[in-house]
Design a protein around this ligand. Structure first.
Ligand SMILES: *Cc1c(COP(=O)(O)O)cnc(C)c1O
Ligand code: SF4
Length: 476
């Protein structure tokens, strides 16, 4: 892979570009359109179908430079200049298939916003964006592996993706160029760590995109994990079904994934227009190979931050048998601040999903917490009020009902609220339960740090002897 501009440009027929042909090929789909023939940007109109459907061709001809972009979409000179200066910082790759989903006449097209460099990436709107917003590096016992939750870990196996999402949480690492075939010592160490920790039941194989790995390296990880008895679930996090579905037309790859036995696919659709006959075919192939396909969506301003779009996306996912799993609030990443929307918007969308459509189509809305706190679910309040013996609940229509809370009223002990009220008064910025395993693990990995990991978990807190915090006692 990594083929340069020359090859891609050779297929951009110059006369096709200069002819003032109206660029309306990718207008939104209508019902009477035959679903079988994919739409194409005029630049690739004459590519034979067998090439178009070949992932090698798609990958080799991916748009990888601003110089190519200027022939494919209308830009102003100042936009091009700003985009050019971002080129060295953030990688760019858009396979022709995915590019052709863009409505070229719409500067705010949701596919375009996700994939094409924007001058806004040079800005840092709130000043709040970070390079490693999730502190993944700090919960990393061996390079590339994050052990944050009790029974599962995340492995970064590559920094290569088929399409570089402009909002990517790991935007900082997508700059790294790799893709060599060799198994590295760090690859082995990640597997050794999992082998040595029998509490790990679930391994998220991530990146980058693990389906962009050379087959031999992918097989190394899959075989390694298959052989570890205590690992029940291997989740491959991949956007290939969305951005390069042709890759999954290869039955050899499907067979390799199926043979690994524990594989679940975690994919990433953000907009209903990404669901095409090709993506449907790719997901069906995975399902037929026995791999459940779950989806996460990132809530992105201008892309999917409205209820109608999200409802349609969730319905379409169910139609192709992909289970909506998470909606992520967009992390505060440097260069992606323009994609962030409010928590209220996310809650409004959840309010409009639950009860209004199939429960199978309702994902969990989560915020990935700063300080490595992990995913925290958020949902509208359905618990409106509570007394000793009853709760007042609200349903999706807004109806309020009284519901008996316990069998024997009055027997419950009063809940202590001291700890949480310290947060509300602003006296503390975090409460950490006693004997927190995650911070203990972190302490054992991080050299030169003492205490219970408070320096990394809570940078503003002064280091102090607080080894044995009572449950919910405030951390000073
Ligand atoms: C998201 C994530 C997981 C998996 O979490 P689930 O809630 O089980 O999907 C595991 N480890 C890390 C570091 C993660 O970010
Ligand atoms: S596919 Fe995933 S890892 Fe790759 S750029 Fe997109 S969000 Fe980031």
């Amino acid at each position: 892979m990594g083929l340069g501009d020359t090859q891609a440009m050779s297929l951009l027929n110059e006369s096709a570009i200069r002819t003032p042909r109206p660029l309306t090929v990718s207008a939104p789909a209508t019902d009477d359109e035959p679903p079988s023939r994919p739409r194409r940007h005029p630049a690739w109109q004459n590519v034979p179908d067998h090439q178009w459907d070949d992932w090698h061709w798609q990958s080799q001809n991916a748009v990888r430079s601003v110089r190519q972009l200027r022939h494919l979409l209308p830009f102003s000179e100042s936009e091009l200049e700003a985009m050019g200066s971002l080129e060295a910082e953030y990688k760019l790759a858009i396979p022709p298939y995915y590019f052709s989903l863009i409505d070229v006449n719409d500067p705010n097209d949701p596919i375009r916003l996700q994939s094409v460099t924007s001058p806004l990436e040079a800005e840092n709107p709130s000043g709040y964006e970070l390079e490693d917003p999730l502190d993944e590096d700090k919960d990393s016992p061996v390079p590339g592996l994050t052990h944050r939750y009790p029974d599962r870990v995340l492995m970064v196996t590559t920094h290569v993706c088929t399409m570089y999402c402009r909002f990517c949480t790991r935007k900082r690492t997508t700059m790294v160029r790799d893709g060599w075939d060799a198994i590295s010592r760090d690859d082995e160490r990640m597997l050794e760590y999992i082998r040595d920790h029998s509490e790990i039941k679930d391994v998220v194989v991530s990146g980058g995109d693990p389906l962009s790995l050379p087959p031999a390296r992918l097989k190394f990880f899959l075989d390694g994990l298959k052989a570890i008895k205590h690992v029940d679930v291997v989740r491959l996090g991949t956007r290939v079904p969305v951005t390069l579905p042709q890759k999954l037309f290869d039955q050899n790859l499907i067979d390799m994934l199926a043979d690994a036995e524990k594989v679940w696919i975690q994919t990433h659709f953000n907009h209903p227009r990404e669901i095409t006959p090709e993506t449907e075919r790719a997901c069906k192939a995975l399902l037929r190979g026995g791999m459940p396909v779950n989806n996460h969506t990132v809530l992105l301003k201008g892309v999917n931050d409205d209820l109608a779009t999200m409802r349609l996306l969730m319905r379409e996912l169910l139609r192709i048998k992909v289970r909506p799993y998470y909606i992520f609030h967009c992390d505060p990443v440097i260069g992606a601040g323009h994609f962030r929307t409010s928590i209220w918007k996310g809650l409004e969308i959840m309010e409009g999903l639950r009860g209004h459509m199939s429960g199978l189509g309702v994902p969990t809305y989560v915020v990935d917490s700063p300080h490595g706190g992990g995913k925290i679910p958020l949902m509208p309040n359905y618990l409106v009020s509570a007394s000793d013996d009853a709760v007042i609940l609200r349903n999706y229509e807004g109806m309020l009902v009284r519901y008996q809370a316990e069998d024997k009223p009055g027997t419950s002990e009063r809940t202590r609220t001291r700890g949480v009220s310290a947060l509300l008064t602003g006296a503390k910025s975090a409460l950490v339960p006693e004997n927190n395993e995650r911070l203990a693990r972190r302490e054992s990995h991080v050299h030169g740090h003492s205490g219970c990991g408070s320096q990394s978990a809570e940078p503003e807190a002064p280091a102090e002897n607080n080894q044995r915090l009572p449950l919910f006692m405030a951390k000073r």
